[in-house]
Design a protein around this ligand. Structure first.
Ligand code: XIL
Length: 356
C-alpha cells in the first residue's frame, strides 16, 4: 500500500464506521500529519544564509494547485526538473522551444523565488542529432545553445549547472559522451567561458553525483574543478547531487571534508538534487522513515556548518512525483508524502536548518 492510500485509509477509516469497530467513528486512529502549507517553510528556516529549493515540473505547476501551493510555500529556489535541458529545448536543429522553461521562470518570478538553470551540457538529455554532426558543427551548435539559452534568462537565472556528470564512474577520467568524442576534453572549459560571456553575473557550476563524500570519483571531481580554476575558467561552484540510498550513504564527516576542500579552492558548494531512498532498508516503513529523517538531518547539517554551502535543492519534494520510482523502483524518497503531508524527513531538515 503506498503512502497516500495509507493516509487516505487513516482519514476514511473512521468515516466508514465499523471496518474496525474498536475506535469510535469521530476519533482518527492516529493524527494525520500536518500539510506542507501548515508548517514552517524550510526557506524561512534557512534564510538569509542559504537558499532552499526543489526541482519542479512545469506541467504539475500548471495543473496541480496543491503541488504549486506546497512548493511556493516551502521553497525560495527553483530548478526545472527537465524543461531546461538541451534535449528538451532543441529537438530539431535550430528549432528551440522554451515554452515550459519560460513557464517555470514566470512561476518563480511571480513569487520572488530564485532560479537555477539545469543543465546546459549533459549527456543524459542532449539532442540526438548531435551525433550526426562534425566536430566543428557540434562546437557551433553548443555555443549557439549556451549563448541563446543563457542570454534568454540573463539577469533572471542566478546560477547555471553548466556541465553535468562529465566524470566517468570507473576512474577512466572524463565520461565518454558526444561532447568528449566530438570536441575533446576542452569542451568543459569552453562551455563555462561561453556561459560567462552570455551572463557575467550568473554563478556557474559543475554538477555531479557519487562525489559527495571522499573517494575516487570525488577526487576526480576535485581535480577537475581545481584545474579549471587554475586555468582561470569562470567556474564559481560545485553541485553535489546527493541522490542517496539510506542503506549505504556517505559519512557526514566525509561530506564535510569534501565540501571544505572545494570551498578552499574558492568555490561555493551546493546540495543540488537530494533525495534519500529507503526501500532497501530493513524494517517497517515507520522505522525506515526515521532512518531517512536522520540522513536528511545529518547531510543538511553539514551544509549549515559550511559557510560556503550556499544552497540546498531537493529533487522533488513530494513522494507523489519522484524520478526514483521510475529509475530505482517504488520508494518514498522525499520530504512530504503523496498527500503533501509532512514526513519525518521534513522535520530532520527543519531541525538541521535551525541547528538543532
Ligand atoms: C532526471 C529527471 O528527474 C527525470 O524526470 C528525467 O526523466 C531524467 O533526468 N541527475 C541529474 C538530473 O542531473 O537532471 C536527473 O533528472 C537525475 C540525475
Amino acid at each position: 500500500m503506498n503512502q497516500a492510500a495509507a493516509v487516505l485509509l487513516l482519514v476514511l477509516l473512521p468515516a466508514c464506521g465499523g471496518v474496525r469497530p474498536s475506535a469510535p467513528a469521530s476519533t482518527p486512529l492516529t493524527p494525520s500529519p500536518p500539510a506542507a502549507t501548515e508548517v514552517e517553510p524550510l526557506a524561512a528556516a534557512a534564510a538569509p544564509a542559504r537558499l532552499v529549493g526543489a526541482a519542479v515540473q512545469a506541467s504539475l505547476l500548471r495543473t496541480e494547485p496543491a503541488y504549486a501551493a506546497a512548493f511556493a510555500y516551502q521553497f525560495d529556489y527553483v530548478t526545472a526538473e527537465f524543461e531546461m535541458k538541451w534535449g528538451q529545448i532543441e529537438r530539431q536543429p535550430g528549432q528551440r522551444d522554451y515554452g515550459r522553461a519560460d513557464e517555470i521562470a514566470a512561476f518563480a518570478e511571480a513569487r520572488g523565488l530564485r532560479i537555477k538553470g539545469h543543465a546546459l551540457v549533459w549527456h543524459g538529455d542532449s539532442p540526438a542529432w548531435l551525433e550526426s554532426l562534425s566536430p566543428p558543427e557540434v562546437r557551433i551548435a553548443l555555443e549557439d545553445h549556451i549563448r541563446t539559452t543563457v542570454g534568454r534568462y540573463r539577469g533572471r537565472i542566478v546560477a547555471w549547472d553548466v556541465v553535468n556528470e562529465a566524470i566517468a564512474d570507473d576512474r577512466s577520467g572524463l565520461r565518454d559522451t558526444v561532447y568528449l568524442r566530438k570536441l575533446g576534453p576542452t569542451y568543459i572549459a569552453e562551455a563555462f567561458r561561453r556561459a560567462h560571456e552570455a551572463d557575467p553575473d550568473a554563478l556557474l557550476i559543475y554538477n555531479d553525483y557519487g562525489a559527495e563524500g571522499r573517494g575516487r570519483k570525488s577526487d576526480d571531481v576535485y581535480n577537475l574543478v581545481r584545474d579549471l580554476r587554475a586555468q582561470g575558467v569562470p567556474i564559481g561552484g560545485v553541485g553535489l547531487q546527493m541522490h542517496l540510498d539510506a542503506a549505504s550513504r556517505p559519512e557526514a564527516a566525509d561530506i564535510a571534508g569534501n565540501m571544505r576542500r572545494l570551498a578552499e579552492l574558492g568555490l561555493l558548494v551546493n546540495i543540488s538534487e537530494m533525495d534519500v531512498r529507503v526501500a532497501r532498508l530493513p524494517g517497517p516503513l515507520a522505522t525506515r522513515l526515521e532512518d531517512q529523517r536522520r540522513v536528511y538531518h545529518d547531510v543538511v547539517a553539514v551544509c549549515v556548518a559550511e559557510p560556503r554551502c550556499h544552497a540546498i535543492t531537493f529533487w522533488g519534494f513530494t513522494d507523489r512525483y519522484s524520478w526514483i520510482d521510475q529509475f530505482y523502483g517504488p520508494d518514498d524518497p522525499l520530504l512530504f508524502d503523496e498527500a503533501y503531508r509532512v514526513k519525518p524527513a521534513y522535520n530532520g531538515v527543519l531541525d538541521a536548518l535551525h541547528g538543532r
